[in-house]
Design a protein around this ligand. Structure first.
Ligand code: C5P
Length: 226
């Protein structure tokens, strides 16, 4: 289609969501937080009593049920709140537990297939900024601009620590670092849609950048592409 898409892919806590939201605001575009959809599938599974531990995920019947939950996900985003059906799950969705469950269910091919149409439906005029792991490789391969955002693991752990502290949750930087590295390794190693930069992605390392600097860098690329 002619509807422009900017993809921001990269590892956990690299600042994709913040960057995508800021870009969308500057450009007046829609935004897709695809990680939130995987988190919602994890929550929907918990609500429905479908187990998502490693052993359960080997079971074909469990995989099929998760795929069905993804395909019929009653997700709603409005004014910064996220709803699963009638339930406001905004806060719960950001927990480390929801992130870990998302990472587990996201390795199930039926879940990824089940979320495909929903993700592409976010592509509406005047344009979309999509953040995740496979926006540029799988969901929007024809995107006009693909950015692969990285930052050192320590910088990412420190940012996550800061976010949690702001919400009065406490976790040591060392434990967050270990968790981030485990999640990255799982996201990179899975056989379906592994975390990887698209061939035509531009790399942006924001370890030593402010959000404003990252936004300006991407807007500069965007101006050249248009
Ligand atoms: O980005 P966020 O931390 O919300 O993503 C949670 C998990 O969802 C990631 O660790 C990853 O396993 C999965 N995910 C994915 N593909 C995406 C977005 C997220 O597999 N496009």
């Amino acid at each position: 289609t002619d509807i422009p898409v900017i993809c921001i892919d990269g590892p956990s806590a690299s600042g994709k969501g913040t960057l995508a939201a800021a870009l969308a605001r500057r450009l007046g575009y829609h935004v897709l937080d695809s990680g939130a959809l995987y988190r919602l599938v994890g929550l929907a599974a918990a609500r429905a009593g479908v187990p998502t531990d490693a052993a359960a995920l080997q079971d074909e019947a469990v995989q099929a049920r998760l795929g069905e939950l993804a395909r019929t996900l009653p997700a709603r985003f409005d004014g910064g709140r996220v709803w699963l059906g009638q339930e406001d799950v905004t806060t719960e969705l950001r927990s480390e537990e929801a992130g870990a469950a998302a990472s587990r269910v996201s390795a199930v091919p039926a879940v990824r297939a089940g979320l495909l149409a929903l993700q592409r439906a976010f592509r509406r005029l005047p344009g979309l900024v999509a953040d995740g792991r496979d926006m540029g490789t799988v969901i929007f391969p024809d995107a006009a601009l693909k950015v692969f955002l990285t930052a050192s693991a320590r910088a990412r752990a420190e940012r996550r620590h800061e976010q949690l502290r702001a919400r009065n949750e406490h976790a040591s930087i060392e434990s967050l670092l270990a968790e981030l590295e485990a999640r990255d390794a799982r996201d990179r190693a899975r056989s379906v849609a592994p975390l990887a930069a698209a061939e035509d992605a531009l790399l942006l390392d924001n370890t030593h950048q402010t959000i404003e600097e990252s936004v300006e860098a991407v807007l500069g690329w965007w101006a050249q592409r248009r």
